[in-house]
Each structure stands twice: as C-alpha cells, then as structure tokens.
Design a protein around this ligand. Structure first.
Ligand SMILES: Cc1cc2nc3c(=O)[nH]c(=O)nc-3n(C[C@H](O)[C@H](O)[C@H](O)COP(=O)(O)OP(=O)(O)OC[C@H]3O[C@@H](n4cnc5c(N)ncnc54)[C@H](O)[C@@H]3O)c2cc1C
Ligand code: SF4
Ligand code: SF4
Ligand code: SF4
Ligand code: FES
Length: 828
C-alpha cells in the first residue's frame, strides 16, 4: 500500500492510499461526526452527516466513503459544512418524537437527575441515589424536607393520577445514608493555589464552597451571623427543618476543607478591597434578601407589630419574642406561613392570616396551606389592611378593606380591588407582617472596588444571569441577592453554577456559558399525546407521612416523617421513566448540541406516530426515534449474517416525509443485540430488570466468562452495579457478542449465585472453606478409585481456563489418576 499526502483543515496528513477521508482525519484526531457508518462494513452513505468540503468538488462529499487522493485539500469545519450538518440534523429531528430527558429534570431549577435517582431507589440502592443528587446539590436532606418541588407539577404521572413524590424520595435517600453514617461526597483534588472568598453562608454560598473545593480551589466563607445556613437556619423553623440535620449537612461541606469566618459583616467588618488585599482571586457575593418590605400604612411602627423575618430570626437564635393570644399575620407567602405556624407552637390560641387575593393565588406552597389550616390557622382572603389600630401606644387590631378580583395585573394574577365602604376591624393583640423581602445594599455604593461598576435598579452590580459573573470580572453574584427571594434549590443551583464559572475564570481567565445541551420534548404536561398513558395501571401516590395536627402544634418537633424502605421502593416504582434511555449516548442529541440545532423552534412531531414495538424479549423498538440510518439492518445482515432485522416501508410516511421505514425484528433473530449496539439513537433500547435509569456509565473492560472464545466485553456500571454489557471493538469478537455475553449478566446479583464452596449434609448444603472442599474431593476420589478403579471417576475442565491449566487437568486425570475420562465444559 502506498502513502498519499493531503491537507485537512490546513494540517498536512500522510496516510495510506486506501484510507477514506474519515480514516485520515481520525488518524490525526480531527473530529468528523458519523451516524450510519460502521467501520467494519461497506459505507452506506445513508445519513451524510460526515460531509466535508474538498477543494475542486462542486458538492460536499461523504468522508466515510470518499478515498483520500494525493494533494487533496479538505475542510471539515467550514461554515458550509457546519450549516449543512445542522440542516441535516434538523431534518432528522423534525421527524422525531421523544423526551431526551424527563420533564421533572427539565423543570427542576437545579436540573437534578430525578429519573436517575428514582431508578436507583427502585432498584434498592439509595446510596447511589444520594451520590447522583449530590452531583447537583449538597443539600439533599434539606431539600428533601423543604423544597417546594416545582418538578412535581410537570411530572407526567399527573396524567395518570398523581405526581411522583419526588421530594420525599430525595429525603429518603439522604436520611437512609445519614442513619448509617454513610457520606458520598468525594475527596477534593489537590489544591490549585487559587483562593475564593464567599460572602454569605446561606445555601448559595455553601453550595459554591462545596463545588469550588471539589475543583481544588480554597474557599473561605464570611457571614454576618454567628452560624452558617442563612435562611435555612434563621428563617425556616425547626419543625420543618431540624437544625441538627442541617448542621450535619453543613459539616459535610466544611469537611472538604472550607474556612469559615462568622460574625463578620460585609460593609462593616470588611470590604471587597480588603479581601482583594488578602489575596483572594475571586469573590462570590450571596448575602440573600434579609430586609422586610413595609405595609406603608399608619401605625406600623408601634409595639406589637413585627416583621415576620425578625420574629423568625429571634426565635431561631434562642431569643423568642413574646407571642400574643390572638395573632394576625399579614401576608401569605412561605415566610408568613412559617411565622403563623410557629406562633401556634409558641402558645398563641388563635392565629389569623390576611391575604389580599384568594387561596388559588397564594404564594405559599399548597401543602403548607393545607397543613396550616389543619393545625387550626384561619385564613381571611380578599383582605387589604388599611390601618393599624392601637390602644395607649400598643397594637390592638387592624382595619382592612374587603377586595374583589379584577382582570390580571402585570404578575399575571387577578388584581385585588378594595370595595368601598367594606372597612372591617379585626381585633388582636399582635401583628406579624410578611409581605416580602429585599436586599438592602445601599452600602455597595461606598465600595471603592465598585466605583466603576454599573448597577441595576435593585442596586447590585450588573451580572450575567447565565455565568453569574458581574461587571467586575473577579466578582460573582448569586442566590436571593441576585434574583430576589426564591427557593433553596435555586440558591443552591446558583452557587454550583457560579462555582463552575469561577473555576473557568480561575483556570482559563475567561468565563463563557456552556452550549445548551439539546433536548427534544414531547411537550408540556397538558399537551402530551394521550397515547403515551394508555394501558398504565393507576397506582396511588404515597403522600408525605406527617404527625397528627394535634401533636404537631404542641412543640417544634419535626412534623413530617420519612418513608420506610418499602414505601420508597413502591413510590419510586410508579415513575414512568419519561426520559430517553439513550440520553447519555445518543449521537443525534450529541451532534444536535454541537451543531446548535434550534430546539425552541424545532417543528418536531407532537403526536406519537408509530406504536412502540415490544414483542422481542430483550429489545424494545421505538420507530418514532429512528433516523433510517440502516446501521441495524446492515450489521445484522452483513456482519451477523442473520437477516433478522428489517426496515419496513410505511404508508403514512409519504405524507409526512422520512422515516419511510420502521425498524422491525423477525423470527430469525438470535438475540445477539448487534443492532442495539449499533443504533446511534434511542430507537432500539434494552429491556431491563427494574427502572432503566439511564445513568452515565463507567466502562470496565474484561473477558466474557461464559465460554472459551475470550470475547472482549465492556461492562458498563453505575456504582458497583453492572447495568449493561457491550462488545469491545477488538479481537476476537470486534464488538460482536452472543446472547449470553450481551444480556446474561444478571446472574451477578442472583441470590443463588455460588460464591463459596458448599458441602451437602443430608438435604442441606453447608458453607465450607476451600481447604475443607478440596480435602473432601480428594478423599472421595480416592475412595471411589479404590473401590471401582480409575474409570469410575471423570474430570471436566473449565472452558475459560488458560491452556496451561487445561493441560495440567488432563495430565492429572490421564497420568496421575489413570483414566481418559476428561473433557471440557464447552462440549457438555
Ligand atoms: C421564612 C422563610 C421560609 C422559607 N421557606 C422555604 C422553603 O420551604 N423552601 C424553599 O425552597 N425556600 C424557602 N425559603 C427561601 C430560601 O430560604 C431562600 O431562597 C434561600 O435561603 C436563599 O439562599 P441565599 O444563600 O441566596 O441567601 P440566604 O439564605 O438568605 O443567606 C444569605 C447569607 O448571607 C449572610 N449575610 C447577609 N448580609 C450579610 C453581610 N452584609 N455580610 C456577611 N454576610 C451577610 C446571612 O447571614 C446569610 O447567612 C424561605 C425563606 C424564608 C425567609
Ligand atoms: S433518541 Fe436521542 S434525540 Fe431522540 S429522544 Fe432519545 S436522546 Fe433525544
Ligand atoms: S414519571 Fe418519573 S421521570 Fe416522568 S416526570 Fe415523573 S418523576 Fe420524572
Ligand atoms: S433503528 Fe436502525 S435505522 Fe433506526 S436509527 Fe437505529 S440503527 Fe438506525
Ligand atoms: S454517510 Fe457517512 S456517516 Fe453516514
């Protein structure tokens, strides 16, 4: 074979004259995407995603089939090539129906892999579930208690009966590990020598510290309060979030080597300039929203009226304020709810909440409203306070106007309009006001380091919401300070993402937001094609176990309880595993991300067009995800030579366009799974015992244990559990496997698997040591030979033994024992 020289992307490449452009590029590490190409088979040229520009050619050419030529000038990345690939992918995806990832994952502000952790729980592995959760947040136990779970709103199970109890499953995994003293946080890598100061030790600051340490950067938290936790400690009351549990969760973060300076207030005890002079390379600012809005009505300053935040902070700090017999709480968000329910536990006999709209618009979590009412809290709706009433300078009641609801305002909620003459007086002996919080950041203007900063209307430095980097490059902002009051999961997600941006800033000097990973979706919950839910049996949701109301209000004891293992597994088993099983490996998705397919404007199918084909015992076919690349069919007919795979022409296709064919498996199938291994999309997927994940899998190469061929396997595992097996593209099998090698791996976890020698005693088998087992074999062989001669015994050697072992085995039987009764298990 002769060599030729060509240029690929301005790089001179010398390669064999028989090679294709694709092979020449691969040899130099130049990436060209492929979908239909199988390097062991004749090029099919079905997908054309591998096109490149060759000087002198009027059309783009498929690099998987075009041979190299002397002097050829090739471009794999010209604007025309990139646009063409994007166009081809868009066409394929327009004829596609699926959810790359589940809607719960998409809706969660922290993008937790909910489907993945639920599948771990269902398979009886809560520790792995926790490990997966901690990839995205260090607050599993906290969120498992207080997250308002927006993910559950989009849960597809709502279309069958009720959402999966995602929040409580998270708590179960966290509490299961905590009860057993198991921690899953990995050890941090070696120190990078970079230092980050974090101002504010709430969930945003703590999450930033956690993920910065996991990148090897030094992290120091400064906080104005005596203890860390922010609103988790000083806002959310003990009965919802026990502080002993919070302490444990925070300690796990600090144990990564985070430095802490409490009782240090930014703007008073230190400045950005002083931190810079201490050598911090980056600063994360997450001081939350700790100031309360005022009602703006007369009498608000008098004794007996207190902002809810102040009430809760004093309570959490061990300095509980006095509580009246009859308390009125103005406002109905989560903060007001916490204050109202705390008052009951502190001895108030009557607690009334005033809210200007109706229950349907209340910002508090519906479950909390339910629990509060069950505890005896009264909610007066459609009420706008107009005046605080006092007697001798002390609060004695509030006057309010009744409202009617009119057309929606800018918030999208109906506008409450007071009804003239509807003044009503509500007598009480204490008022707690909770109508929202903000960040009091007036002192920012005094910061010398911010003198050139551009400020937003809220008075914070302008900040990129995707990278969290402010207009001062070393300064990053996140959490409630950046967004206004939100949730723990949002603050934690901000902290994590800001940490990843700071990592880029500290290592590359530049911060850019990552390309958005492509995700196709079947649609919003209400729009999803009903066909997806046909035949699913209704199974009621396990609701959060909770103490009876009468017991709850007696103390600050934690009100909600945790699922038992059986309940958690059962609840997890309700999950529909909505996300595609191929999400982490699908090349269509990977390329759609690389080439920037516009997922927001993609006119993909919104109805399922083809039935799912489920009759094969090991493989499920979803023709709605097939791109007609023919890799399955070619592999089956040309490599396995089985002709068991068909692409059947469909009638409907003509009207709508490709795929013109749908995949199908016929009776000749020997279940080698080569089609499955070749399919570049989720059109073919493996049936699994238990929920299928999917998870990012770790690959371990090994030799197949079944027979003596020595096929090379890639065991694909998550934690210690093998969930898939693939062939390795190396001798002797070159990616190919038989049914046993590919699918028969569940014996690993069988309770009946022999792991130690067993000796029969009567009808029972008893565990024995290897010495005991060998002694017994030797004595029985000797006994039988002595009684009946050497031909009364036989030996069977293992096909997986090396040649030397097999040789010794036959020598033992022929030369030592004196019989030819020796064989090999591959022939039995
Ligand atoms: C009463 C209440 C109940 C809530 N309930 C829920 C709930 O059930 N579920 C939910 O998801 N969310 C809830 N939230 C919201 C949630 O707690 C917040 O969104 C979240 O804590 C914001 O995190 P953060 O880190 O941005 O700020 P914070 O948690 O507010 O932390 C800010 C930190 O900065 C420190 N700090 C402030 N000023 C300075 C300064 N000048 N110098 C140094 N340090 C400073 C503070 O001491 C604090 O530690 C609730 C909030 C409140 C107030
Ligand atoms: S086959 Fe690929 S593109 Fe289609 S839903 Fe699955 S992961 Fe997404
Ligand atoms: S059924 Fe499972 S995967 Fe689907 S949205 Fe609900 S929790 Fe997520
Ligand atoms: S089923 Fe066959 S034709 Fe369809 S995408 Fe998979 S490998 Fe290609
Ligand atoms: S045409 Fe080359 S990979 Fe499909």
């Amino acid at each position: 074979m002769s060599k030729v020289s060509l240029t690929i992307n301005d790089q001179t490449v010398s390669t064999e004259s028989e090679n294709t452009i694709l092979q020449a590029a691969a040899q130099e590490g130049i990436f060209i995407p492929t979908l239909c190409h199988n390097p062991l088979l004749k090029p099919e040229e079905a997908c054309r995603i591998c096109v490149v520009e060759v000087e002198g050619e009027d059309k783009l050419i498929a690099s998987c089939s075009a041979k190299v030529k002397e002097g050829m000038i090739v471009r794999t990345d010209s604007p025309l090539v990139l646009e063409t690939r994007k166009g081809l992918l868009t066409l394929m995806l327009e004829q596609h129906y699926g959810d790359c990832v589940s809607p719960c994952h998409m809706t969660c502000p922290g993008h937790l892999d909910i489907q993945g952790y639920i599948a771990h729980i269902e398979r009886g592995d809560p520790i792995e579930a926790l490990r997966l959760i901690k990839e995205k947040t260090p607050f599993a136990a906290t969120l498992g208690r207080v997250c308002p779970h927006p993910c559950e709103i989009e849960c597809r199970r709502n279309r069958v009966e009720n959402a999966i109890n995602i929040k409580d499953l998270k708590r179960f995994a966290a509490d299961y590990a905590a009860e057993r003293g198991v921690r899953v946080t990995p050890a941090p890598p070696p120190d990078t020598g970079k230092k980050v100061a974090i101002i504010g030790g709430g969930p945003a600051g703590l999450a930033a510290a956690y993920y910065l340490r996991l990148k090897g950067h030094a992290a120091t938290i400064y906080d104005a309060m005596p203890k860390l936790g922010g609103m988790l400690r000083y806002g959310i009351p003990e009965y919802r979030l026990p502080k002993a549990m919070l302490d444990q969760e925070i300690q796990e973060i600090l144990d990564l080597g985070v430095n802490v300076n409490t009782n240090k207030k930014f703007g008073k005890d230190f400045t950005l300039a002083s931190l810079r002079s201490e050598g911090y390379d980056a600063i994360f600012l997450a001081i939350g929203a700790w100031s309360s809005y005022k009602l703006g009505i007369s009498g608000e300053e008098i004794s007996g009226v207190m902002p809810a935040i102040e009430f809760l902070i004093r309570n959490a700090s061990g300095d509980p304020p006095p509580v009246g017999k009859k308390v009125v709480v103005i406002g109905n968000g989560n903060t007001g709810m916490d204050a109202a329910r705390s008052c009951l536990r502190m001895g108030a006999q009557e607690v009334i909440m005033l809210y200007r709209r109706t229950k349907a618009e209340m910002p508090a979590n519906p479950q909390e409203i339910h629990d509060a009412e069950e505890e005896g809290i009264k909610i007066h709706i459609l009420a706008t306070p107009t005046r605080i009433i006092s007697k001798e300078g002390v609060f004695s009641g509030v006057e309010y106007l009744k409202n009617e609801l009119k057309a929606a305002d800018s918030s999208g909620r109906p506008r409450p309009v007071p009804i003239e003459g509807s003044e009503t007086i509500l007598e009480a002996d204490q008022a707690i006001v909770s109508i929202g919080q903000f960040s009091d950041v007036d002192f920012f203007k005094q910061e010398t380091e911010l003198k050139d900063a551009a400020f937003t209307k809220k008075g914070i430095p302008e900040t990129d919401i995707n990278t969290f980097q402010s207009c001062i490059p070393y300064l990053f902002l996140g959490g409630d300070l950046l967004r206004g009051p939100r949730t723990v999961i949002q603050a934690s997600a901000d902290g994590r993402e800001a940490a990843l941006s700071m990592h880029k800033y500290l290592t590359d000097g530049v911060v850019s937001s990552d390309a958005r990973t492509f995700n196709i979706t079947k649609g919003k919950l209400k729009d999803v094609d009903q066909v997806n839910f046909e035949g699913i049996l209704s199974r009621p949701r396990y609701e959060t176990p909770i103490l009876p109301a009468a017991q709850r209000i007696k103390s600050f004891e934690e009100a909600e309880l945790v699922f038992t293992e059986a309940q958690a597994k059962d609840e997890a088993a309700r999950c529909l595993s909505c996300g595609c099983q191929d999400a982490f490996e699908c090349r269509l998705r990977e390329y759609a991300t690389i080439y920037g397919v516009d997922q927001d404007n993609l006119k993909s199918w919104k109805k399922r067009k083809y039935d799912i084909i489920d009759k094969h015992p090991l493989i499920t076919i979803d023709p709605n995800k097939c791109i007609t690349c023919r890799k399955c069919l070619n592999g089956c007919s040309q490599y396995q030579v089985q002709y068991a795979f068909d692409l059947l022409q469909t009638e409907a296709a003509e009207k709508i366009g490709p795929p013109v064919y749908t995949p199908s498996i016929n009776d000749r199938c020997v279940s080698c799974g080569y089609c499955l291994a070749n399919c570049p999309t989720g059109a073919l997927s493996e049936k699994s015992e238990g929920l299928p994940g999917p998870w990012k899998l770790e690959k371990v190469r090994t030799t197949c244990p079944y027979c003596g061929v020595g096929c090379q396997l890639s065991l694909e595992k998550v934690g210690d559990r093998v969930v898939k097996v693939n062939g390795v593209n190396a001798p002797p099998n070159y990616g190919h496997l038989c049914v046993k090698g590919r699918f028969g791996f569940n014996f690993i976890y069988s309770d009946e698997r022999l792991k130690v020698p067993l000796i029969r005693e009567g009808d029972e088998f008893k565990e024995a040591t290897w010495d005991e087992a060998f002694d017994l074999i030797v004595s029985k062989l000797k006994e039988t030979i002595a009684k009946h001669g050497p031909d009364a015994v036989a030996g069977v050697s293992c096909a997986r033994s090396i040649n030397e072992d097999s040789y010794q085995m036959q020598k033992l039987f022929r030369a030592v024992i004196g019989t030819n009764n020796i064989d090999h298990c591959a022939r039995t």
